[in-house]
Design a binder for this molecule. Structure first.
Ligand code: ADP
Length: 491
């Protein structure tokens, strides 16, 4: 199958969250299964062209924009660990700036930037002589690819047989654009924008809704989230659009790229380990604590360590987290290491906690890939008290690293973490349901009770590490979904 994947984030070039992990892991897995894949993303100013082996091509794309053309340069690279071609769309006007979506706040012309990217992907495919079977767009940024395919590009011979699949990684970000601008940039007639139109939500051009309505199939990143967004407020106002798509909305649980996330083969760890040498985690824990100045002054060095690597947003449960963890820290019942960035109030509250309990709490704000791996390896438990969670990858990384997840059982957390049962020894972690600090604290207390308590400690960690979360399963499920869209293709 010939797949064109278009996204605003692709690891390792540009990453804010799990979207980037998936848009690099899936293409590699598809290629390994014999499919032809091309990846398209912007060439952001922050991408180090030299470090990533980017080469400028001779191509200049004329991208039709309203009644005029805009121009894009094209850079080429290869996805590390594969020979998947990656094309990066260059534009001084749109992408040569700090950050990906904005600098603290979103850029005011994100409508223009990402419609430009979406259109450039089609123009690039034409310039390369590609006739994709499927164009696979991700989240609101590239959702315009779906209506662009159906309204404009399917009338061009290169895309006559192309189907559109749209994957939602998070309903919370929808891309509300001014309709006059967005319809014009896309090249859609303004008379097609009216209350109840497929583009329209609350009077705005809603990218996510347009992606949902115009795609041949819509996927989201876990089966539970696929249900939650249809039937609960997690649909963030788009429940009826999602219900309208009926069985075309499919939950495909994310998987993890074991080339990047495997403790036996992780260049960021001082000591590799696997399921049979899991005791080495203890050494990695001591190294992490020492390196970050969290010395065990007069306290038991062997406290359980709870890790978190997260965007600091309400989604990730920060409000219940603070109230839940405080008592454990005060009682010297555990240590905590947090790597997170986002909400400034949460960042400063974390720093205050670290200042108040220097031998129990390590806090790093900002983005740090190496440290994210080290935290996964060194921690005993991994806490994810999410308010909502489309899938979540970090709990899967934790399990792969033998770190026991403590999660709120929503979305993909419910689909990937099974509750440990001390009678049967089955299960991979600890779960709670109510979105309250008390429920979270109860789950933390349950978890801490198994720390180093045999045989449970061995069973739960082994169960976690033995769970198959490989990306191959997810990648094949996507191909199945792509196949369904192609069945309806006229011959
Ligand atoms: P989301 O996409 O909602 O942020 P996921 O769990 O799906 O959550 O993916 C988050 C990804 O981003 C993981 O790869 C995680 O390791 C990474 N990550 C999050 N915050 C940081 C950070 N501050 N530094 C480094 N990596 C981070």
């Amino acid at each position: 199958m010939n797949i064109l994947l278009v996204a605003a984030e692709v690891s390792p070039y540009a990453k804010v969250g799990g979207l980037a992990d998936m848009t690099s892991a899936l293409p590699k897995a598809w290629q390994a299964d014999g499919h032809s894949v091309t990846v398209v993303l912007p060439k952001y100013g922050a991408i180090d062209a030299k470090a990533h082996g980017l080469e400028k091509t001779d191509l200049t794309l004329a991208v039709p924009f309203g009644a005029w053309n805009e121009y894009a340069s094209v850079w080429k690279a290869q996805l590390p660990g594969s020979s998947v071609p990656v094309y990066l769309i260059g534009s001084e006007d749109y992408f040569e700036r700090p950050g990906i979506y904005g600098y603290h706040e979103g850029y005011e012309d994100n409508d223009r930037r990402f419609i430009f990217l979406s259109k450039a992907a089609f123009e690039l495919a034409k310039a390369l002589g590609m006739r994709p079977d499927v164009i696979h767009a991700h989240d609101y940024h590239t959702a315009p690819c779906m209506p662009l395919l159906k309204v404009i590009y399917r009338h061009q011979p290169e895309f006559a047989g192309t189907r559109g699949v749209f994957t939602i990684h998070n309903m919370a970000y929808q891309g509300y654009y001014d309709p006059i601008r967005a319809m014009d940039f896309c090249g859609f007639p303004m008379e097609d924008f009216y209350p109840g139109a497929w583009y329209e939500q609350d009077g705005a051009f809603n990218c996510l809704k347009a992606g949902i309505m115009f795609a041949d199939k819509v996927t989201t990143v876990s089966p539970t989230y696929a249900q939650e967004i249809r039937w609960t407020p997690e649909g963030m106002g788009l429940q009826s659009a999602l219900q309208a798509r009926g069985a075309d909305l499919i939950g495909v649980l994310n998987g993890i790229d074991t080339d990047e996330w495997s403790p036996a083969n992780d260049p960021f760890l001082a000591l590799p380990y696997d399921v049979d040498s899991i005791e080495k985690k203890q050494v990695l824990k001591s190294i992490l604590l020492a390196e970050h100045g969290c010395y065990p002054h007069n306290v038991d060095n062997d406290l359980p360590l709870i890790g978190m690597v997260t965007r600091l947003t309400e989604q990730k449960g920060i409000s219940i987290f603070f109230n839940a963890i405080q008592a454990f820290i005060e009682r010297n019942a555990c240590r905590l290491v947090v790597l997170g960035s986002g909400d400034r109030a949460a960042e400063s509250r974390l720093r205050e906690l670290a200042a108040a309990y220097p031998s129990n709490v390590i806090v790093h704000t900002g983005y740090n890939n190496a440290l994210s791996h080290q935290i996964q390896a060194a921690s005993d438990f991994y806490l994810m008290p999410s308010k909502f969670e489309p899938c979540g990858l970090t709990q899967m990384y934790a399990m792969a690293y033998g770190t026991v997840p403590i999660v709120r059982a929503v979305g993909g957390l419910a689909d990937s973490v099974t509750a440990y049962d001390p009678v049967t020894f089955h299960g991979t972690g600890f779960r709670f349901s109510a979105y309250t600090a008390e429920a979270c604290a109860a789950a933390i207390a349950d978890a801490l009770r198994v720390y180093r308590r045999e045989p449970h400690w061995t069973h739960i960690r082994r169960n976690a590490m033995d769970t198959d979360m490989s990306i191959t399963r997810a990648a094949r499920r996507y191909v199945e979904v792509f196949g369904w869209t192609l069945e309806a293709r006229p011959r």
